[in-house]
Each structure stands twice: as structure tokens, then as C-alpha cells.
Design a protein around this ligand. Structure first.
Ligand code: E4P
Length: 213
């Protein structure tokens, strides 16, 4: 499983890249709004740092025609831009059009196995099931990952599964165990992933012993 970072913050992207684990970036309108910057300018900045790996940029339009026009503009910013499209019937039409144009797509806001299957059949490069938001309403987000992995494996579907709306390290570990291709992770959780109290204690003890020699 690859690690993507779920952010529009350039410092966080640079920091994750320095770790050598960065397989791509996902943004969404809320993450971009938080930055208070021009969307296209920020995408240019991000794609100058992340030059090869996929950078998802989401359309705002709700109709297929509008999504296609917006997506073409986004895709023109850099060759590694993936157009992020919401999981609606209009979104499916747009995904189909993008796949014919050779533009990669990430279908977002996926909350059921059959939505993922529809997106894949329409030609999506990636589907993004939202774990945390399902957990928030008392459903099990990880069960959705398992369901989509099973459907895609059964039907030999090449669309990649991005575990999204990740809230804590267990989401990441379990998504990897279940067979998600990618987890897109907020910076705070990426930092948590490398930590273990026994590692810190071990370092402290080694240093104390070294200094007492
Ligand atoms: C994924 O691509 C989305 O940007 C993201 O994971 C949404 O997460 P949230 O539910 O924490 O907003």
C-alpha cells in the first residue's frame, strides 16, 4: 500500500516528501479553502514539488459539462494532476469522458461497494471510500474497504482503492491489511505512524547507558 498525503499545505507536503514515503497528494475544496490561496496557483506550487506522483484536484461543478470543462483546466496545470470528481451520475459521465481523453480520475465521496463498482466501470483510475465519515455515523468504514477489495478482486478491476477520510493509525494499518492500494493520510496521522512509546523509551535508555559508560 502506498501513502498519499491529504492536504493542500505546501510545508506538510515538503515534510512528507523528505520522509521518502510520499506516493501522491489528495486535496479537496475544504482543504484548499483552509489555505486561503488561489486554487490553481497552489496546484502549480504542489506539482512543482511532487512532479511525478498523482496530485488530486477536485472539481466544484455539479453537472457533467461543467466538471469536464473544469477538469480539463486542472489537468492542463501539470501532467500528474488527477481530476477528482464526486460520486454522482453526473460525475460518472464526466469520469467516462475523462477516461476517453486519457485524463486520470479519482472518484470521491464513495460510501458503498456498488458506488465503487460504478465508478470503476465508468473508467475511474482511483476510487476514494471515506472511512472516518462512515465511522462518525456509527458504520464501519473498514468494512467498506474490505467489500470494495473483494468486488475489485473478484472482477479483476484495475481501479485503485484509496482509503480516505483517515483519522488515526489503525485506519492505516487495517487498510493495508485489507488490501487498499493507497491510504491518503492527514499530516498529523503521518507523524503518529512512526511513533511508539517503546521506541522513545529504548532511545532514552541507550543514551543513558552510553553516557554512564
Ligand atoms: C480524500 O480524498 C478526502 O480529501 C479526505 O480524506 C476527506 O477526509 P475528511 O473526512 O477527514 O474530511
Amino acid at each position: 500500500m502506498k501513502f498519499f498525503i491529504d492536504t493542500a499545505n505546501v510545508e506538510e507536503i515538503k515534510e512528507a516528501k523528505a520522509l521518502g514515503i510520499l506516493g501522491g497528494v489528495t486535496t479537496n475544496p475544504s482543504l484548499v479553502a483552509k489555505e486561503g490561496v488561489d486554487f490553481h496557483d497552489r496546484l502549480r506550487e504542489i506539482t512543482s514539488i511532487v512532479t511525478e506522483e498523482s496530485v488530486s484536484a477536485e472539481v466544484i461543478a455539479l453537472d457533467a459539462e461543467g466538471m469536464i470543462a473544469e477538469g480539463k483546466e486542472l489537468a492542463a496545470i501539470a501532467p500528474n494532476i488527477t481530476v477528482k470528481v464526486p460520486m454522482t451520475t453526473e460525475g460518472l459521465k464526466a469520469v467516462h469522458a475523462f477516461s476517453e481523453l486519457g485524463i486520470t480520475t479519482n472518484v470521491t465521496l464513495v460510501f458503498s461497494g456498488v458506488q465503487a463498482l460504478l465508478a470503476a466501470r465508468a473508467g475511474a483510475t482511483y476510487v476514494s471510500p471515506f472511512l472516518g465519515r462512515l465511522d462518525d455515523m456509527g458504520q464501519n468504514g473498514l468494512e467498506l474497504i474490505s467489500e470494495i477489495v473483494e468486488i475489485f478482486d473478484t472482477h479483476k478491476i484495475p481501479t485503485q482503492i484509496i482509503a480516505a477520510s483517515v483519522r488515526h493509525p489503525i485506519h492505516v494499518t487495517e487498510s493495508a491489511r485489507l488490501g487498499a492500494h493507497i491510504a491518503t493520510i492527514p499530516f498529523k496521522v503521518i507523524q503518529q505512524l512512526s511513533k511508539h512509546p517503546l521506541t522513545d523509551q529504548g532511545i532514552e535508555k541507550f543514551l543513558a547507558d552510553w553516557n554512564n559508560r
